[in-house]
Design a protein around this ligand. Structure first.
Ligand SMILES: *[C@@H]1O[C@H](CO)[C@@H](O)[C@H](O)[C@H]1NC(C)=O
Ligand SMILES: *[C@@H]1O[C@H](CO)[C@@H](O)[C@H](O)[C@H]1NC(C)=O
Ligand SMILES: *[C@@H]1O[C@H](CO)[C@@H](O)[C@H](O)[C@H]1NC(C)=O
Ligand SMILES: *[C@@H]1O[C@H](CO)[C@@H](O)[C@H](O)[C@H]1NC(C)=O
Ligand SMILES: *[C@@H]1O[C@H](CO)[C@@H](O)[C@H](O)[C@H]1NC(C)=O
Ligand SMILES: *[C@@H]1O[C@H](CO)[C@@H](O)[C@H](O)[C@H]1NC(C)=O
Length: 934
């Protein structure tokens, strides 16, 4: 669990810089399917079919809309086709199957026209605007394509024509697809790919028969593939008991379709001990490499979307059982009645638990398995796993600022193997599989635990292995290790001390022979007599115990591997000097010093246990009362973190730091405690790369960490709309920002007054209110950008606010209505769109203020009128009004006769008279102002 201190920064803080960078290809319409060949990416959306280069530059695109027979000439970029008489002439083509058939140089795209009839086009793989063949026939499903699969497979036939389309079509008993077009499509089908095959292209037939596999209940297919001669289909089957079973079926590629279907055998994949029921398979990927067929599946544990796990199964075909006797699927049905309970497969390992995982891609890199995992909140996570299923710390390769779901399929770029295609609803991203260049020294490069990265000695850089041309490199070993170097201190029978250094490295071909270590202490050579010569991965140094003082000895070890060298600083201690009452702290201190733990005390490494798991069962040894965490406020934050979070609980007095752990194999992140009252403490929730849940515990000085609370990291706030979008210059207008995750905003600032942070009034996920800051010494119109403050981050809103001069109230009239007085306030027209709710008005009489209840606003070309009522004032005559908006209070003088006349005239809308009168009025006002000054 001890990693180099530098790693903490790398894993969490450092990567954030380049995580969210944009780019990628944005398409028209939502994604339906995509496929990748050696150097081309094909994307079918609701609207279009695209052909892109592997770097996502556009080559061709077709609009999937058909001009039917008898129609006019079609434009070049429109996919054209002819369908049955019944279809309307302006029909849409929804692609449900998209298969590049590389051997034939064609792209097979099949689907449905106008939600009615099956239709297929065979296009030129190099240029999708060239049509090779078209036919009104059903291949794959007619409706929802995301619960069906289609793959190209090979049977044992004439090798030049043995490729078939294997489809697994979703079955839903209560919602059978009704179509005016007939089709023999069943649950599992094999269809021809070329005209030469018996029955012609797309035929289901085998000689005279139309064989297939049917299901006995509802089925949703998740994945399908072929490895050597075996075909694999993975599905969720709703059993009679209405709970879900994850089913795998194996088919052997035989000499005919019929024989292939008859080879049907199956297994049930069980996630939990209780059996497979209730789990759902969401996405899957075969782990390349053999000999056994390892496969990774993303399962929903509770049947929903949130609680998801990544598991590994060995799904090597088991051909021992009787064929075609599955309880859920049958080829000869219903004649064949013998049904055997299928074999149950248990997972080999649970690799990763995280909410909302949606997609997975597994690749091999040297001895490691690497998983690329897409999530429902827009992340691409990389997880390296060694052969013993130890996972390295997950890395976030891409993180969308918002919650965009990753489509359930991720593919590797087959050209460079250094990018993955990550599809979102309307966008395809090409994300590098590693960010090796981010790490600037050997230790950082190693600590990243990224099997794609090596430290290239000749370039002195962290790179992909194939970018290190002279193969003089070092990288992580084949198994998961926490440190680049470990050491042991032993005592020889002669009384001399033996220091044994073990490096945990994999090295390139050319470096093996050039391995050396140089030991020095207090700038002189340490080793006294020559021990065994260095032999990768170990070196040894033997020295006299007189050189080991009681207070310890600082030793520098310079390790050279090929052109790479790095320095390790060790502090050696006389193991028998590590003394005290036995405790886990002492035990850990002992083992960290390269010594061994034996019989409740510390001794030399060759005389005790050197694995720190021995310490975990021991008592902490110090007398601190055990802290209890009851809550953290807030406990849901954006990935930018949060300043001044409050942790509450009991016995917090001795807590020095708050520790946050993503995963047991990640270096935890720690935050110092600020104010601590024993029941409450404040700390800063640090920013992270990823979104998701982290565990929190309270750390004591003895290293014990107690409590098990959670903090959830979510997406960043964003604001897309501002209402109203203007403010008066004197400020304090209440504004509503709309967007997402606005409850994470801690303050709002403006570009014209960045220092004045406005606290949010009320906030929710969608809305946030605040008051605008004033525009200092400015009365003219200008626009100001609105910024959201989230922890230490400042994010700008996409809209801006315009500042206009303060509203000008020009006069008022009052009319008595019974006991009430109706006040009509007159204001110059402006662009502020001030509402009645934004004004507070009082009538003033003999120094007393009477609130005027706002009723309405009326807008005229050059004037706005606000109408309010002062209630229950039998005998009042109001000479003044107090008008308050924002922070400002204005006193409006007595209504003059002139004003009343003006008002009437203006309302009569006599424009030129109005202009004249306005001038007179302004002049009069100015005069009044002058008089007042005097
Ligand atoms: C076909 O339908 C689309 C969308 O419904 C429409 O935009 C287009 O104008 C129509 N074309 C013709 C020729 O009717
Ligand atoms: C590819 O498929 C088309 C359509 O079936 C066929 O006409 C053509 O001969 C095939 N080409 C090759 C190279 O197999
Ligand atoms: C927390 O400490 C700061 C100074 O570090 C102090 O200003 C503040 O009042 C303290 N808050 C509480 C709640 O004790
Ligand atoms: C501790 O924090 C909680 C939540 O912020 C607050 O309600 C409570 O009053 C605080 N208690 C003390 C003693 O500060
Ligand atoms: C914000 O910055 C301060 C000062 O650099 C730092 O102490 C604090 O931890 C940061 N907060 C977050 C949430 O990263
Ligand atoms: C957000 O504010 C708008 C405008 O004020 C309002 O129409 C909407 O109902 C508010 N939504 C929520 C969730 O409060």
């Amino acid at each position: 669990m001890i990693l180099l201190p530098g790693l903490l920064f790398i894993l969490w803080g450092g990567a954030a810089r380049c995580l969210g960078e944009d780019g990628g290809f944005t398409f028209d319409g939502d994604l339906r399917h995509f496929a990748v060949t050696t150097n081309t990416v094909y994307i079918a959306t609701e609207e279009k079919l695209y052909q892109l280069n592997h770097d996502l530059t556009l080559v061709h695109s077709l609009t999937l809309r058909g001009i039917l027979k008898g129609g006019n000439q079609q434009p070049d970029d429109v996919s054209f086709y002819r369908v049955s008489e019944t279809a309307s002439w302006n029909a849409t083509f929804k692609v449900n199957v998209l298969l590049p058939f590389v051997e034939n140089d064609t792209l097979i795209s099949c689907g449905v026209i106008d939600k009615e009839c099956g239709y297929c086009e065979v296009l030129d793989l190099k240029n999708i605007s060239n049509l090779v063949h078209r036919e009104s026939i059903q291949v794959g499903p007619l409706r929802s394509s995301n619960a069906s699969v289609a793959v190209l497979v090979n049977l044992k036939k004439n090798p030049t024509q043995d490729t078939y389309i294997l489809t697994g079509v979703q079955q839903h008993q209560h919602n059978t697809e009704q179509s005016s077009c007939t089709s023999n499509i069943q649950t599992v089908n094999l269809q021809n790919t070329v005209e030469k095959q018996a029955g012609g292209i797309f035929s289901l037939n085998d000689d005279q028969l139309t064989p297939s596999i049917r299901s006995k209940g509802d089925v949703e297919f998740v994945d399908g593939f072929q490895i050597s001669s075996t075909m694999y289909l993975l599905s969720n089957v709703l059993s009679a008991a209405k709970s879900n079973n994850v089913r795998l079926i194996w088919l052997e590629g035989k000499t005919s379709k019929t024989q292939t279907y008859r080879s049907l055998r199956g297994a049930t994949l069980s996630v939990s001990e209780a059996g497979g029921e209730g789990n759902r398979l969401l996405a899957s990927s075969v782990i390349p490499g053999g000999p056994s067929v390892l496969w990774s599946g993303l399962f929903s544990v509770d049947g929903g979307q949130s609680n998801t796990e990544l598991l590994v199964f060995d799904i090597s075909p088991d051909l021992t059982g009787e064929d075609d006797s599955d309880p859920d699927f049958c080829s000869v049905c219903p004649e064949k009645t013998s049904v055997t309970k299928p074999k149950t497969l248990k997972p080999k390992a649970v690799l990763f638990r995280q909410n909302y995982m949606t997609s997975v891609l597994a690749v091999r890199q040297k001895a490691w398995m690497v998983f690329f995992i897409g999530t429902g909140d827009g992340q691409l996570i990389k997880l390296a796993v060694d052969k013993d299923y130890h996972t390295a710390c997950p890395m976030v390769l891409y993180r969308a600022n918002d919650d965009r779901q990753v489509f359930p399929k991720i593919l590797l770029d087959p050209v460079d193997h250094k990018h993955v295609y990550v599809p979102f609803q309307n966008q395809m991203k090409r994300v590098p599989v590693s960010k090796c260049s981010m790490y600037t020294n050997v230790q950082e490069c190693w600590s990243a635990q990224d099997p794609h990265c090596v430290w290239c000695g000749s370039k002195s850089r962290c790179t992909f292995e194939d970018d290190c041309t002279d193969s003089d490199w070092v990288s992580i070993p084949d198994d998961h290790q926490h440190k680049i170097v470990s050491y042991k201190v032993e005592k020889e029978p002669t009384g001399q001390i033996k220091l044994n250094i073990q490096t945990h490295l994999t090295v390139g071909q050319s470096t093996l022979s050039r391995f050396a270590c140089q030991f020095s202490a207090s700038s002189s050579e340490l080793c006294s007599r020559s021990g065994p010569p260095p032999l990768f991965p170990q070196c040894t140094c033997i020295f006299s115990d007189s050189r080991l003082p009681a207070e310890g000895l600082g030793v520098s070890v310079r390790i050279r591997v090929g052109k790479t060298h790095f320095l390790e600083q060790l502090t050696l201690t006389n193991c028998s000097n590590i003394r005290g009452p036995p405790s886990s702290v002492l035990c850990q201190q002992c083992i960290r010093a390269g010594c061994g733990w034996s019989k409740n005390s510390c001794s030399w490494a060759n005389q005790g246990v050197i694995n720190d798991s021995v310490c975990q069962t021991m008592e902490s040894g110090m007398n601190f009362s055990r802290p209890v965490i009851s809550s953290i406020t807030p406990s849901v934050v954006s990935f930018y973190g949060r300043n001044h979070a409050v942790l509450s609980g009991q016995n917090l007095r001795d807590v020095t730091r708050v520790r946050m752990t993503v995963d047991t194999d990640c270096t935890p992140q720690e935050s110092p405690v600020w104010n601590n009252t024993g029941v409450n403490l404040t700390f800063h929730i640090p920013r992270t790369d990823g979104k998701g849940v982290v565990k929190v515990c309270a750390l004591l000085p003895d290293g014990g960490c107690h409590g098990n609370t959670k903090i959830t990291y979510r997406s960043s706030p964003s604001c897309t709309k501002i209402v109203p979008s203007s403010s008066w210059v004197s400020g304090k207008r209440e504004i509503t920002l709309m967007g997402s995750h606005l409850d994470f905003v801690e303050g709002v600032t403006h570009s014209h007054a960045p220092q004045r942070v406005r606290p949010p009034g009320s906030s929710s996920y969608q809305n946030l209110t605040y008051d605008t800051p004033a525009a200092e010494n400015s009365q003219r119109t200008f626009t100001s950008t609105v910024f959201l403050r989230v922890a230490n981050e400042t994010l700008s809103c996409s809209d801006k606010i315009t500042y206009y001069p303060d509203p000008e109230f020009t006069g008022f009239t009052s009319t008595r209505i019974g006991d009430n007085v109706r006040i009509t306030i007159e204001k110059e027209a402006d662009k502020l769109e001030m509402t009645a709710a934004e004004l507070s008005v009082w009538g003033v009489q003999e120094g007393k203020q009477y609130p005027c209840i706002m009723k309405s606003k009326e807008t005229f070309p050059k004037i706005d009128l606000f109408i309010c009522f002062i209630q229950n004032t039998p005998d009042a005559e109001f000479l003044h009004l107090m008008i308050k908006y924002g922070d400002k209070t204005v006193r409006l003088g007595p209504p003059s006769l002139l004003h009343q006349v003006l008002l009437i005239l203006r309302l009569l809308l006599i424009p030129c008279v109005t202009v004249v009168l306005v001038i007179i009025c302004r002049w009069q006002k100015k005069l009044t102002a002058e008089m007042n000054k005097l």
